[in-house]
Design a protein around this ligand. Structure first.
Ligand code: SF4
Length: 430
């Protein structure tokens, strides 16, 4: 592996997560880049940038530790953004423009930027009310790294009508070519998170044809995942954050008390057999590296794909004064991440135009491995699946644009079918 950030964009992305970035006054990011919008999950609190080799990242810029960062972003005379490390030039970076749809409003008058946010090149939506752990009395039981309770009503609408979400997704699809919508909820009393999410899933599937991912706490009745699969959800994700039980119990008191680590792990295993992909999401940094490596081994052993976040001590959270992890300690984690996915033949990097800025994608981590020739068979399989999925998505889009799913079964058959009509706003669910 190349240890020079000038030659290794994945290492640069990782180093920027761990050290953050200072922005020189010469930059005009406020005027022309994507605004810094903290999404509820929190990791999108930074500056969206595109590094060499089209590696998207969201670099911390507002947290306290970034003030000491050796990285500085400057604008040169030709109006190009240049990244420096300790005054030495690293590379030119691009700042993605703010999408036009951020300024648009839905038919109910909501600003689309407050309904869904691009995280890289997919749309992230947190459609329902804030996580219950933030509202608990007498003492809230939120995870200590979480910023959900800080963002609601400030950066985002608290609850979003289904039609607002669909219109925002359509605008993002038509302007930016997104292929994937990711829904995220926190915990609700009586485990109602899937009940609340299903109407959004149905309408997004029927009216946009986009790939759908769902991230919620694990429901106690796993048959709900069979139903979710039948609705057209492609991927589910469970954030158990830490494999070390002591760290999990201490840093995620709500999850520990109301759900427990075991149910998270059981749900990952169950869903890995059911969906196109299932993810187990963990945070690298706060628990010993050995535990994170064990988590990667376990997740991949059941056929799921890890999502490995780099801990970010977000401003205003209970963990804001914790130090960010050290890059050197993170490298073996991301090497293991890539190698285990390839050894197990997992389908990573199949969906096109899904660039992810808030975490390192598994396929990006090939930069940390020295065993490239070893995975030729899986690379060929991935290449083939990528084209199959493109074709599937094109058909789904055609069906959605022609109201295929909204029409009765008989009229979907061309022989009997009437010409498609646009779904009137009044017919839509809200
Ligand atoms: S479960 Fe934890 S991380 Fe997720 S929204 Fe609730 S408090 Fe935040």
């Amino acid at each position: 592996m190349r240890l020079d950030v000038k030659e290794n964009p994945a290492l640069l992305k990782l180093d920027l997560y761990c050290k953050g970035l200072r922005i020189d006054e010469s930059c005009l990011i406020k005027e022309e880049g994507r605004p810094i919008l903290r999404t509820r999950a929190g990791l999108g609190s930074g500056l969206e940038m595109i590094l060499p080799d089209n590696v998207w990242t969201n670099t911390p810029v507002t947290e306290a530790f970034t003030k000491e960062s050796p990285y500085v972003l400057k604008l040169d005379d030709r109006h190009r953004y240049q990244l420096y490390l300790n005054d030495g030039h690293v590379c030119e970076v691009r700042i993605p423009k703010e999408p036009e749809f951020y300024k648009k409003r839905t038919s109910s008058g909501k600003k689309m930027a407050r309904v869904g946010v691009l995280q890289g090149t997919y749309l992230g939506v947190y459609p329902t009310a804030a996580c219950y752990y933030w509202k608990m009395k007498p003492k809230r039981q939120n995870c200590d790294f979480c910023s959900v309770g800080l963002n609601l009503g400030v950066e985002e609408e608290e609850a979003k009508a289904v039609n607002d979400v669909v219109e925002t997704a359509l605008a993002a699809r038509d302007e930016c070519g997104i292929t994937y919508v990711h829904f995220n909820t926190g915990f609700y009393e009586n485990d109602t998170y899937l009940d609340q999410l299903e109407p959004y899933v149905r309408e997004i599937r029927n009216r946009t044809g986009l790939l759908i991912g769902v991230q919620t706490p694990p429901h106690p009745d796993f048959r709900r995942y069979d139903r979710l699969r039948a609705m057209g959800v492609n991927t589910v994700s469970f954030c158990f954050e830490f494999f070390n039980k002591e760290v999990f119990d201490r840093r995620c008191p709500g999850k520990s008390h109301h759900v427990g680590l075991t149910r998270y792990l059981d749900a990952v295993e169950y869903c890995a057999r059911l969906f196109d992909t299932a993810n187990g999401e963990i945070i690298a940094g706060p628990e010993p590296v050995e535990d994170t490596l064990r988590a990667i081994d376990w997740i991949t052993s059941v056929g799921a794909i890890p999502t490995v976040c780099v801990f970010r001590p977000l401003k205003g959270t209970d963990a804001e004064n914790d130090p960010p992890p050290k890059t050197e300690e993170m490298i073996p984690i991301f090497r293991r991440y890539y190698e285990r996915c390839m050894e197990r033949g997992l389908p990573i990097g199949i969906a096109h135009n899904v660039e992810v800025s808030i975490v390192l994608k598994p396929e990006e981590c090939h930069y940390f491995s020295d065993h490239h020739g070893k995975y030729l068979w899986n690379k060929t399989k991935i290449w083939f699946l990528r084209y199959v999925l493109r074709a599937v998505l094109a058909v789904r889009k055609w069906k959605a644009d022609h109201d295929f799913y909204a029409r009765p079964l008989r009229s979907r058959i061309p022989l009997f079918g009437k010409p498609p009509k646009a779904l009137a706003a009044s017919e839509s669910v809200s």
